[in-house]
Design a binder for this molecule. Structure first.
Ligand SMILES: [Zn+2]
Ligand SMILES: [Zn+2]
Length: 293
């Protein structure tokens, strides 16, 4: 079993990358991938921990993007962040992340809501500040009933305190991943289907034209039927099949590392095929993907 989709403190996860690798080793996972939101900052620690513990690791990223009004995520595996164009793209995203929270807080203050950036930063702790942290502060202050209420009334898309992230468009995201020697994979297509059922098919065709090389068919929230449908799509289009939990936080009601909501089982073959492709493209990843050889 493998888990190719996890988040660390380099984005909105609770554990540093090294802790994720330790836990993967404890669970006996064959390989673990790190896919922080719009950030490659955790990958050096991931690779270091993989080497120290003899665990196969896959450095990666999860890029937020949008097409025709549907927002979705692209996973980039095995990218080399040292390439200037790639570094510039991620630096731009990081800058926009840093200004997003202050802009949200300013909007809330303009609405007469008493909230400060410090309160939000304290709530986030070591993690990057995100909307859930803002929402939890609002709940504590009695401004809203619960987190959902905060999103429905204030923080959701189109609501008064909403500030969008800076996003790469899909073509730019695919190009950035490919230039960096990486493999572009469509993350959790099931979530796109929930949002925009008619758009998934044309989006997949569009992404294949842009150089998409894989589909995340195995995912915590996919039904068995979705999993099989995405697998057969991938087979027909000659794409890789990948999978992962989308682990963020241990002991929460979110997905667990490796097993998701209990039924997730991502076969080793997903990792093996991805590793073969990456080793071809970036031979220096060999020792990372096959430690101990
Ligand atoms: Zn995602
Ligand atoms: Zn994710």
């Amino acid at each position: 079993m493998v888990d190719l989709h996890t988040h660390s403190t380099a984005s909105d996860g609770t554990w540093p990358p090294g802790r994720i690798v330790e836990e993967a080793a404890r669970l006996g996972l064959r390989a673990v991938g790190l896919t922080d939101h719009d950030s490659v900052d955790g990958n050096a620690e991931l690779v270091e921990a993989g080497r120290a513990l003899g665990v196969a690791v896959v450095p990666g990223v999860e890029i937020s993007t949008r097409w025709k009004d549907v927002t979705f995520h692209l996973l980039g595996y095995g990218i080399d962040p040292r390439i200037p164009e790639v570094r510039a793209a991620f630096e731009r995203l990081a800058r926009s992340r840093e200004t997003r929270a202050p802009r949200m807080v300013a909007r809330l203050q303009n609405l007469g809501i008493p909230i400060t950036l410090d309160e939000v930063r304290t709530e986030a702790g070591a993690a990057l500040v995100g909307r859930p942290h803002v929402a939890r502060v609002l709940v504590r202050k009695g401004v809203v009933r619960d987190v959902q209420d905060a999103f429905d009334r204030l923080l959701g898309r189109g609501k008064p305190a909403y500030v969008d992230k800076d996003r790469l468009d899909p073509a730019e995201a695919c190009r950035t991943i490919r230039r960096a020697g990486g493999v572009a994979v469509l993350a959790h297509p099931g979530l796109i289907e929930e949002d925009a059922p008619d758009l998934l098919r044309p989006l997949l065709d569009h992404l294949v034209d842009l150089g998409l090389e894989g589909v995340e068919a195995f995912y915590s929230r996919h039904t068995r039927e979705q999993q099989e449908r995405y697998r057969s799509f991938a087979a027909r289009r000659n794409l890789l099949v990948t999978g992962g939990s989308d682990f963020h936080e241990p002991g929460s009601d979110g997905p667990a590392l490796g097993t998701g909501y209990g039924a997730l089982k991502v076969p080793d073959a997903c990792f093996e095929a991805l590793a073969r492709l990456l080793e071809d493209r970036r031979p220096e990843l060999g020792p990372v993907l096959r430690p101990g050889l």
